[in-house]
Design a protein around this ligand. Structure first.
Ligand code: C2E
Ligand code: MG
Ligand code: MG
Ligand code: MG
Length: 279
């Protein structure tokens, strides 16, 4: 009996696994056509300085699947990486962000805003990454200093010299770099020091624990202090409450991003919020 039960359990799991695999394959197939079918959209989440002025936005990709509806990047980015589709998707992201910057050049409140794009490890590791970004910037003709590239700690495991060289070339164009999800990876201080980052982004997990009741802001404080001492701009992500914002200000953070201040929204909504009459 136990054996039979065990077997049926194995069966159950393998069917489940098959289903999972199938839906993954279907998703990957759909992902192949998503760019040409115009199913992606960039949402923008505002980032504010200590005075509450918008300083920039983070571009966050959204996939509107024709039948499944909105699919989270947490779900499809890993798949896009596995299938190498992330290279063309990432290209689309940078191009779309630059076109947006271009449009905002004539807007009164967003013309100085930066756009941060998330670049995946595979995309960044392409030999032609620098030239392709350069080509996009030249073609669209936007101030490169308003484009910021977010890299995560976990992708800095590759050869430091190569990464530093590539970052250096892009920085020469004027592009800025932010270290996303900081504190969740393994990068050492010396590592950080050797890479030309402009900004350090404190991961949400360090922000989540902050409340006025539990005053344990020591980790956030230490990270912010370390970032500042390395000469980096420090931004906190995942700010969900006034109390967190207050504590992060006390920690010395320069910029703030999170649901409390603004959700990621379609460009029209962002423009409505920061239109002239807002000021
Ligand atoms: P991330 O770059 O760390 O982006 C921050 C995530 O936190 C976003 O999730 C954002 O919507 C969410 N978030 C913002 N404020 C808050 C808050 O106050 N509370 C909470 N709980 N969450 C908040 P999203 O948009 O689902 O993106 C998830 C991840 O997917 C991103 O993490 C990034 O790693 C990846 N991703 C998004 N867009 C792109 C893209 O265009 N290219 C690549 N390669 N990856 C992307
Ligand atoms: Mg990010
Ligand atoms: Mg992040
Ligand atoms: Mg994250």
């Amino acid at each position: 009996e136990a054996k039979a039960a065990g077997r049926s359990q194995i069966c159950y799991y393998s069917v489940r696994m098959q289903e999972k695999l199938l839906s993954k394959m279907n998703l990957e197939l759909a992902l192949r056509d998503a760019i040409t079918n115009d199913e992606f959209e960039l949402y923008y989440q505002p980032q504010f300085d200590r005075l509450g002025n918008i300083q920039g936005v983070e571009a966050l990709i959204r996939w509107f699947h024709p039948t499944q509806g909105l699919i989270s990047p947490m779900q499809f980015i890993p798949l896009a990486e596995e299938s190498k589709l992330i290279i063309s998707i990432g290209d689309w992201v940078i191009r779309t962000a630059c076109l947006q910057l271009k449009k905002w050049q004539t807007s009164s409140n967003l013309q100085h805003a930066t756009i941060s794009v998330n670049v995946s490890a595979l995309q960044f590791s392409q030999d032609d990454f620098v030239t392709s970004v350069e080509a996009i910037l030249r073609e669209i003709d936007v101030p490169p200093k308003q484009l910021q590239i977010e890299l995560t700690e976990s992708m800095l495991v590759a050869d430091k010299e190569i990464i530093a060289h590539k970052m250096g070339e892009l920085k020469q164009l004027g592009i800025q770099f932010s270290l996303d999800d900081f504190g969740t990876g393994y990068s050492s201080l010396s590592y950080l020091q050797k890479l030309p980052f402009d900004q350090l982004k404190i991961d949400q997990s360090f922000v989540r624990g902050l409340s006025s009741h539990d005053e344990d802001s020591s980790l956030a404080f230490a990270i912010a202090a370390m970032g500042s001492s390395l000469g980096l701009e420090v931004i906190a992500e995942g700010v969900e409450t006034q109390a967190q914002l207050d504590l992060l200000k006390q920690c010395g953070c320069d910029l703030f991003q999170g649901y409390f201040l603004g959700y990621p929204v379609p460009v029209s909504e962002l423009e409505n919020r920061f239109s002239q009459r807002d000021r």
